[in-house]
Design a protein around this ligand. Structure first.
Ligand code: NDP
Length: 449
C-alpha cells in the first residue's frame, strides 16, 4: 500500500512538472503538499480514484493580459497582468494581487495554490486565487501608479465580482493601489460593489484590523505554538525580515505580547536595534515616506544598518520571515539553529526553502508554515466581506478578538491533524492535510467538474 501510494504521488508530481514547465516555485509548492498527502491517500482510496489531487493541482481558470500605460514623461510601458482562479470549491476565488518585477505565471500559480489550502484552514467560505503584474511601483509617482491600476482593472474587472473573484493586496499592493483599483471597477461597472475587493480604506468599506491582520495573526499563531510548550513571548528576541505590511504589524504585535523585535530589513539590507525596533520611526520611514530601511538607522542612535548580508545572522529566539519566497535558505537555517532560535513562523508565503525546513525539523526548531501562520490577512478579508454584505462596521477590538480566535483555531486544527496522522508537532503536515481534506470534500460534493 505504501509503495502504491508513493507511486501515485510521484506520478502526480511528474504530471505537474510536465504540464507546467519552468514554473519552479509552483513545483516547489506542489511538492511540499504532495509529500504531506501520502498519509491521506493511504486512508482514502477515493481521492486516488477520483483524481482529487490532480484536480486541485490544476487551476480552474488562468487569465493573462496586456497592461499598457504611460508614465509622467509620456513614455509608453507594456506590463503583463495575471489572475489565476485556482479553486472555487469553498467560495468565490479569494487572494491578493502582487505588483513586483519578479511576477510571472509560476509565481502567481504557487501563490494561488497555497491560497487554496490557507483559505480552507480559516474555516471561512472562500476559494483560492491570486494575481498581479510584473509592474514595479517602486519610485513611481502616485499618478503613474493610478494610471497603471486603472489600465490593469480595465481588463481584470470582467473576471471579478463579489460572488466570483475577490482580490486583495500583496507585495506592492496596499490601500493606495486598492483605492485606485476599486475606483476604476466602480466606474466601469457603475456598481458600488464593496465586496469585490478587500483591503479598502476605512472610510469607504474597509474593515478594522485588515491592515494589521497578517502580521498580528502570525504573532498570535506564534503565541499559540509557544503555549503548547508552556512558553510565551515574554523576554524573547525576534527577527522579522521585510519592512512592509506583514513585517511592520508583526513587529507591533510581538511587542504587545511581551517580546522584542530587534531586526527588520528590505531588499537592500537590514537594521539591528537591540533596544527593540521603534515602530513610530519604522512606520514614518516605510509607510509615510516610502523610503529605504537604512533611513531607520540614520535616525535611531541604538540601531545600525548592514548593507546586503543576511538578517538571519542576527541571534534570536523567534524568526519571522515576512518578505518573500525562498528568502531563508539552508545556510540561514543552520545559522539560526546554531544560534538557538526556537521558533520559525512564516509571515510571508513560502519564504523558507525545503532544505531549510528539513534543517529546522532535525534541530527540533518549531516551524509554522505560511499557509497557516499568515492566514490572518485573508481571514480578516473574509470578515471585511461579511461586513460589506451586511452593511455593518465592527470595532477594532471586536475584529481583533475574531482574528485571534481564528488564528488559535487554525493552530489547534493543524496541531491535532498532525497528531491524528502520526506526525505530532509537524505543523506543515497538519496544515496541508487539514486544508486538503476540507477542499477535497467540497470538490467531491460538487461532482466531476
Ligand atoms: P509589502 O510590499 O508591504 O512588503 C514587502 C517587503 O518585503 C518589503 O520590505 C520588501 O523590500 C521586501 N521584499 C520584497 N521582495 C523582496 C525580495 N525579492 N528580496 C528581499 N526583500 C524583498 O508586502 P507584504 O508585507 O504585504 O507581503 C510580504 C509577504 O507576505 C509576501 O510573501 C506576501 O505574499 C505575504 N503575505 C501578505 C499578506 C498581506 O496581507 N499583505 C497576506 C499573506 C501573506 P523592498 O521594499 O526593498 O522591495
Amino acid at each position: 500500500m505504501v509503495t502504491e501510494v508513493s507511486a501515485v504521488v510521484e506520478r502526480i508530481y511528474g504530471d505537474v512538472l510536465r504540464r507546467n514547465p519552468g514554473e519552479t516555485e509552483f513545483h516547489q509548492a506542489v511538492r511540499e503538499v504532495l509529500d504531506s498527502l501520502a498519509v491521506v491517500l493511504e486512508r482514502h482510496r477515493e481521492y486516488t480514484e477520483m483524481k482529487t489531487i490532480e484536480r486541485i493541482c490544476e487551476p480552474e481558470r488562468q487569465v493573462i493580459f496586456r497592461v499598457p500605460w504611460q508614465d509622467d514623461r509620456g513614455v509608453v510601458w507594456i506590463n503583463r497582468g495575471f489572475r489565476v482562479e485556482f479553486n472555487s470549491a469553498l467560495g468565490p476565488y479569494k487572494g491578493g494581487l502582487r505588483f513586483h518585477p519578479s511576477v510571472n505565471l509560476g509565481i502567481v500559480k504557487f501563490l494561488g495554490f497555497e491560497q487554496v489550502f490557507k483559505n480552507a484552514l480559516t474555516g471561512m467560505p472562500i476559494g483560492g486565487g491570486k494575481g498581479g503584474s510584473d509592474f514595479d511601483p517602486k519610485g513611481r509617482s502616485d499618478a503613474e501608479v493610478m494610471r497603471f491600476c486603472q489600465s490593469f482593472m480595465t481588463e481584470l474587472y470582467r473576471h471579478l465580482g463579489e460572488y466570483t473573484d475577490v482580490p486583495a493586496g500583496d507585495i506592492g499592493v496596499g490601500s493606495r493601489e486598492i483605492g485606485f483599483l476599486f475606483g476604476q471597477y466602480k466606474r466601469i461597472t457603475n456598481r458600488y460593489e464593496s465586496g469585490v475587493l478587500t483591503g479598502k480604506g476605512l472610510g469607504w468599506g474597509g474593515a478594522q484590523v485588515r491592515t494589521e491582520a497578517t502580521g498580528y495573526g502570525a504573532a498570535f499563531f506564534a503565541q499559540a505554538m509557544m503555549e503548547v510548550a508552556g512558553e510565551s513571548f515574554e523576554g524573547k528576541r525576534a527577527t522579522v525580515s521585510g519592512s512592509g505590511n506583514v513585517a511592520v504589524y508583526g513587529i507591533e504585535k510581538v511587542h504587545q505580547l511581551g517580546g522584542t523585535a530587534v531586526a527588520c530589513s528590505d531588499s537592500t539590507g537590514y537594521v539591528v536595534d537591540d533596544k527593540g525596533i521603534d515602530l513610530e520611526v519604522l512606520k514614518q520611514v516605510k509607510e509615510i515616506e516610502r523610503g529605504r530601511i537604512s533611513a531607520y538607522a540614520d535616525r535611531v542612535p541604538s540601531a545600525h544598518y548592514v548593507e546586503g548580508g543576511s538578517i538571519w545572522d542576527v541571534p534570536c529566539d523567534v524568526a519571522v520571515p515576512s518578505a518573500t519566497q525562498n528568502e531563508l535558505d539552508a545556510d540561514a537555517a543552520a545559522t539560526l539553529a546554531r544560534n538557538r532560535c526556537r521558533y520559525v513562523v512564516e509571515g510571508a508565503n513560502m519564504p523558507t526553502t525545503p532544505e531549510a525546513v528539513r534543517i529546522f525539523r532535525e534541530a527540533g526548531v518549531g516551524f509554522a508554515p505560511g499557509k497557516a501562520a499568515n492566514a490572518g490577512g485573508v481571514a480578516t478579508s473574509a470578515l471585511e466581506m461579511q461586513q460589506n454584505a451586511s452593511r455593518d462596521r465592527w470595532t477594532f477590538e471586536h475584529s481583533e478578538a475574531r482574528l485571534e480566535e481564528i488564528m488559535r483555531g487554525i493552530h489547534t486544527r493543524c496541531h491535532r491533524t498532525a497528531e491524528e496522522y502520526g506526525a505530532p508537532g509537524d505543523l506543515v503536515l497538519g496544515a496541508n492535510v487539514a486544508g486538503f481534506l476540507e477542499v477535497a470534500d467540497a470538490v467531491h460534493a460538487h461532482g466531476l467538474i
